[in-house]
Design a protein. Structure first.
Length: 329
């Protein structure tokens, strides 16, 4: 039976580190995933209102489908500036690739943002939004352990009608392979079944990681949307007002195209944990990272990639539920 890694975090994938920076006055924050040396990367965008940066850089047909970090941020379009702080901090450390000798290092830092501008925090920042500063602070804070729930990019998040948050989970697949997921959970859809207490992701839970609640009766998945009137009253039924942002990772050697494929598979975990998902009001995006540590070979390569993608989907479903559970608890 597969088990989570020792931390049950995406940082169980060897080499990754994660940092959070939170501004309590603004009620927003930034989360950064650091990939030292540049990891092969891919991305899959399925929401109807995404806010993204450098996603086209990761396309398999382009010349450098690698990432030195991935940034998840609150702040909607203002939060895209978080990646500027991450780029500057990493370049100062010599992280990135050199176009010419003697020039600054150039880190590739794709990112995505969620909308938390209407949560009551102090957004009167004028010409100086806090996200560039928060991005640099998140780099300084990065390590193998990091906080979940209402921290970093999850600080101002909402999940349907309840508080959202930052979640993570991992799984050890044996033979040295480890996968993990990280999610900033801010969807218009609900993470709960109609009883309002059982997570849709409950079949994938391990060791009570998000409360151990199971359905007390039939699932009752007959209503395709939660209460539209209450969502409308909170201003949630607008394009770009919601999203789930995710990073999934594995310590295998994958091509850029294979990273794209496992990112696509991991999106199924989002659909298992949030109902509905990928709506016109969401900006759902999944980044996939591969360190290159474990050679999958050629004989059974496709089978192994399928297993990795399936495991990442399960990890993402668990990470989403953990993010909401820990933010509310």
């Amino acid at each position: 039976m597969y088990r989570p890694g020792p931390r049950n975090l995406i940082t169980d994938v060897p080499g990754l580190s994660v940092g959070n920076a939170t501004d309590e006055a603004v009620r927003s924050g930034v989360t950064v995933v650091l990939c030292p040396g540049g990891w092969t990367a891919g991305v899959d965008v399925r929401g109807g209102g995404p806010g993204v940066r450098e996603t086209e850089t990761l396309s398999a047909e382009n010349g450098y489908a690698r990432a030195h970090a991935v940034t998840l941020s609150g702040g909607s379009v203002f939060g895209l500036g978080a990646a500027d702080g991450v780029v500057a901090a990493l370049s100062a450390r010599g992280e990135g690739f050199l176009v010419r000798p003697g020039a600054p290092s150039v880190p590739i830092v794709p990112g995505a943002v969620l909308y938390d501008l209407a949560n009551g925090g102090d957004k009167a920042w004028g010409l100086d939004p806090p996200y560039r500063r928060l991005g640099a602070q998140a780099v300084d804070a990065a390590g193998e352990a990091f906080e979940l729930g209402a921290h970093g990019a999850g600080r101002g998040a909402r999940a349907g009608l309840v508080q959202g948050g930052l979640g993570s989970a991992s799984l050890d697949l044996g033979e040295g392979l480890v996968v993990g997921a990280l999610a900033a959970v801010n969807p218009v859809g609900s993470v709960f079944m109609p009883d309002g207490r059982t997570f849709w992701a409950w079949p994938f839970e391990i060791d009570g990681e998000f409360g151990g609640r199971t359905p007390s009766g039939p699932a009752g998945a007959v209503e395709p949307m939660p209460d539209d009137s209450r969502l409308a009253g909170q201003g949630r039924l607008a394009p770009g007002a919601n999203t789930t942002l995710a990073v999934v990772a594995v310590n295998a050697a994958l091509t850029a195209g294979e990273c794209k494929r496992v990112a696509m598979m991991a999106q199924d975990g989002l659909s298992r944990a949030v109902r509905p998902a990928h709506t016109p009001f969401d900006g759902d995006v999944v980044f996939a990272l591969a360190s290159g540590e474990i050679d999958l070979g050629q004989d059974e390569r496709l089978r192994r990639i399928a297993r990795i993608g399936a495991a990442l989907a399960d990890c993402l479903a668990r990470a989403i539920a953990r993010g909401v559970y820990l933010a509310r608890g």
